[in-house]
Design a protein around this ligand. Structure first.
Ligand code: ADP
Ligand code: ADP
Length: 227
């Protein structure tokens, strides 16, 4: 379902952020991307969502070479993706419920239907009781779960999350991960970048990156660096 073939990425004239990545993530898989800061985890996720394009090689999603999608093809791809990225923070001028309804309203879903589905999404992350709250009034972990609700309200086939538990205490991090795992449980493909050892300890598949290359596991260097 997600396939990288000989993918390299260079930003501007800088050094290579990713080098010759070959990777397949199957439908319904829960895969974790790990590796030290700067290893290329975000870049890899961004290429799946075409927030960045490969310098060479191909990234395909459901058999489609997404690096070649033009502006008119992108919305269709993105509709199938639930994105949980730091940049996409919640809007503070509207309620939690309005934030989660937004992706549906953008694609033309009627208000009543959008509200029903947004409430269902909030229920799935355990935050239905916060529907009318101001996002700023929530804890970091709750805000992250609202972001998850917003990402899945379209029923995407794929969820991409970049460090979804960054800056969260352990209990909040677990709730965020439980919410993501529940979607994996209903068949959604999940790719999650993290260097949270508590999460990685129970991971079924970990893809390690170091200096933009796939490696079999963390080197002793990077383990010391992370400590
Ligand atoms: P990670 O997510 O593992 O921390 P990134 O994918 O963010 O790694 O970064 C990989 C490399 O690419 C780093 O050297 C980083 O400085 C560089 N990089 C990331 N984004 C950009 C950008 N927009 N412009 C230039 N260099 C970038
Ligand atoms: P229904 O057709 O009864 O709404 P589905 O058979 O589509 O439900 O899915 C079963 C359960 O999993 C429902 O609770 C549904 O909302 C949830 N679900 C299925 N796929 C997704 C997805 N991609 N994102 C979020 N929730 C999903």
């Amino acid at each position: 379902m997600i396939e990288f073939r000989h993918v390299s990425k260079q930003y501007g004239r800088g050094s290579s952020a990713l080098t010759d990545i070959d990777l397949t993530i199957g439908k319904g898989e829960l895969a974790f991307l790990s590796g030290p800061s700067g290893a290329g985890k975000s870049t890899l996720l961004k290429m799946i969502a075409v927030m960045e394009r490969p310098t060479s090689g191909t990234v395909s999603v459901n058999g489609q070479d997404v690096g070649r999608l033009n502006a008119s093809g992108l919305p269709y791809l993105r509709r199938n993706l639930g994105l949980i990225f730091q940049q996409q923070s919640l809007l503070n001028d509207r309620s939690v419920l309005s934030n989660v309804m937004l992706p549906l309203l953008v694609i033309g879903t009627a208000g009543a239907e959008a509200e029903k589905r947004a409430r269902a999404a909030l229920d799935k992350v355990g935050l239905l009781d916060k529907a009318t709250s101001d996002p700023m009034a929530l804890s970091g972990g709750e805000q992250q779960r609202v972001s998850i609700a917003r990402a899945i309200v379209n029923r995407p086939q794929i969820i991409l999350a970049d460090e979804p538990t960054a800056n969260l205490d352990r209990a909040s991090a677990r709730k965020v991960m439980d919410a993501l795992k529940a979607f994996h449980g209903v068949g959604v493909t999940c790719v999650i970048a993290t260097h949270d050892d508590n999460i990685l300890a129970s991971a079924s598949r970990i893809v390690y990156l170091e200096h933009g290359r796939l490696v079999d596991g963390p080197s002793s260097d990077s383990l010391q660096g992370a400590a």
